[in-house]
Design a protein around this ligand. Structure first.
Ligand code: PLP
Length: 401
C-alpha cells in the first residue's frame, strides 16, 4: 500500500532518498545489462567496464587515483555497506599486525566500530576508548598519550552521525603514524558532505556507505591505501582484485558511482544552501522554545546535522507527534531507536539525563526546502509546549521542587 501522506524527511543521516539520476544510471544493470562482470564474453565485459567507471567516480570524490602508473587498481573496494567496510578494516588490522594487539577508538563511534572493538577484545586485543567533552570534541591529548608502539590501529570517525561533529582525522592519522600504527576512519557521514582529499592525507583505510549519499542500500566502499597490507574479510572468488569475494552488486556499484559524481558536484551546495536551511531551523526553534541545547561542536559540525535537546520531555513522544504531521526525524541514531536508554554519544558527552532523553536529531539533504523548515518551525513549538505541560520534570523545574 503506498503512503500518499506528505512526508518532510529530516532523517538523512539514517538514510537518503535515491536520487532520480542515480536510479536512471542503475536501471539498465537491473534489466537488460545483467551480465557478470567476471565473464570473459563481451556481454559481461561491458558490465565490468561500468564497475570500473564507478570505481573511478568514487576515487575522484575521495581524491584518490584509482589506477597506479603500472595500471594496477585499486584502493577502492566495493562492499555491501558501511558496516562491512568497518568490519573489514578492523579485522584486517588484527590479522596483518599480529605482534600488536592494541586498538584505539573513540567513545562516540558508530556501533559498526564499537561492537567490532568489543569482539576484538573478546579475541584478546586491548581497546583504548578516547573520551569526548560536553560538546563531543575528542580529547586529543589523551589520544596521543594512549597511542604507543603496541598500537595496531587507531579508528576515529570523520563525522559523527548523531551530533555531526567533524573530527580532525588527518591530524590523528599523522599522530598514529608517528607510533607506527595504522589509521582507519569511518567516513560514512562525512563523504559527500565535506571535501575529502585522501591522496594528501595519511589515512590508511576509510569506510563509506551508498545509502547515506543518495545511492541505494546494499553498497559500500572500503578505501585501502595502495601498498597497505590487507586481509580480506569476505573470502571467496577473485573479485575486487582478490580483496572481497562475491559477485558484485553491479547496479548498486553503478549507483554509487553516479551518486559520488553528483556529491562531488554538489558539495558546495551542501555547505551553503543545506547549511543555511539547518541554521534557519535551529534559529527558528531557539527563538521560541525555552530550555533547549544545541548539541555538538559549534565550530566543526556537518552542515546538514542538528541535534537539539528539549529538556524535561521524552524524545520518543516528540518523534511520535512529529510523525503524525509527516515529519521524519530521529531520537539519536536509527540503530538505537527502540531502546529508551539515552544514546552512547550523548552519555559520553555527559549530557544530563533530562536533556539526553529529549534529544532529537534533524538531518537535512539537498532535497529539503525552506518551506519544509518553516513547517517544522511552526509545528514543533506547540508540540514541545504540550508535552511539557504534562511532564512532571518540567513541572518540578518550574515550581522549584
Ligand atoms: N558508520 C556511521 C557513522 C553510520 O552513521 C552508519 C549508519 O548509520 C554506519 C557506519 C553503518 O553504515 P551501513 O548502514 O551502510 O551499514
Amino acid at each position: 500500500m503506498s503512503n500518499t501522506k506528505r512526508v518532510i524527511y529530516f532523517d538523512n543521516n539514517a538514510t537518503t532518498a535515491v536520487a532520480p539520476e542515480v536510479f536512471e544510471a542503475m536501471r539498465p544493470y537491473l534489466t537488460e545489462l545483467y551480465g557478470n562482470p567476471s565473464s570473459i564474453h563481451n556481454f559481461g565485459g561491458q558490465v565490468g567496464f561500468a564497475v570500473e567507471k564507478a570505481r573511478a567516480q568514487v576515487a575522484d570524490l575521495l581524491g584518490v587515483r584509482s589506477v597506479d602508473s603500472k595500471g594496477h587498481h585499486s584502493e577502492i573496494i566495493f562492499t555491501s555497506c558501511g558496516t562491512e567496510s568497518d568490519n573489514a578494516a578492523l579485522f584486517s588490522a588484527m590479522y596483518t599486525c599480529p605482534k600488536k594487539n592494541k586498538f584505539i577508538v573513540s567513545k562516540v563511534e558508530h556501533p559498526a566500530i564499537l561492537n567490532v572493538a568489543r569482539e576484538l577484545e573478546r579475541r584478546g586485543c586491548r581497546i583504548g576508548y578516547i573520551p569526548v567533552d560536553s560538546h563531543g570534541r575528542l580529547d586529543l591529548q589523551r589520544l596521543e598519550e594512549m597511542i604507543d608502539e603496541e598500537t595496531a590501529l587507531v579508528s576515529i570517525m570523520w563525522a559523527n552521525n548523531e551530533i555531526g561533529n567533524i573530527y580532525p582525522v588527518e591530524k590523528i592519522a599523522a599522530m598514529a603514524h608517528k607510533y607506527g600504527a595504522l589509521f582507519h576512519t569511518d567516513a560514512v557521514q562525512a563523504v559527500g558532505k565535506i571535501p575529502i582529499d585522501l591522496d594528501n592525507s595519511q589515512i590508511d583505510m576509510l569506510s563509506l556507505s551508498g545509502h547515506k549519499l543518495h545511492a541505494p542500500k546494499g553498497v559500500g566502499v572500503l578505501y585501502i591505501r595502495r601498498g597497505q597490507r590487507f586481509r580480506p574479510f569476505m573470502i571467496g572468488g577473485h573479485q575486487e582484485n582478490g580483496r572481497r569475494g562475491g559477485t558484485e552488486n553491479v547496479a548498486g556499484i553503478v549507483a554509487m558511482g553516479q551518486a559520488a559524481a553528483m556529491a562531488k558536484a554538489d558539495i558546495g551546495e551542501e555547505n551553503t544552501r543545506v547549511r543555511a536551511l539547518r541554521d534557519r531551523l535551529e534559529q527558528g526553534i531557539a527563538a521560541v522554545v525555552p530550555s533547549i541545547r544545541i548539541n555538538g561542536d559549534p565550530d566543526h559540525r556537518l552542515p546538514n546535522t542538528s541535534s537539539i535537546s528539549f529538556e524535561f520531555i521524552e524524545g520518543e513522544s516528540i518523534l511520535m507527534l512529529l510523525d503524525q504531521l509527516g515529519i521524519c526525524a530521529s531520537s539519536g541514531s536509527a540503530c538505537t531507536t527502540g531502546s529508551l536508554e539515552p544514546s552512547h554519544v550523548l552519555r559520553a558527552m555527559g549530557l544530563p539525563y533530562t536533556a539526553a532523553h529529549g534529544t532529537i536529531r534533524f538531518s537535512l539533504s539537498r532535497y529539503n526546502t525552506a518551506e519544509e523548515v518553516d513547517f517544522v518551525i511552526e509545528h514543533l513549538p506547540p508540540i514541545i509546549a504540550r508535552l511539557r505541560q504534562i511532564s512532571p520534570y518540567w513541572d518540578a523545574k518550574n515550581s522549584g521542587r
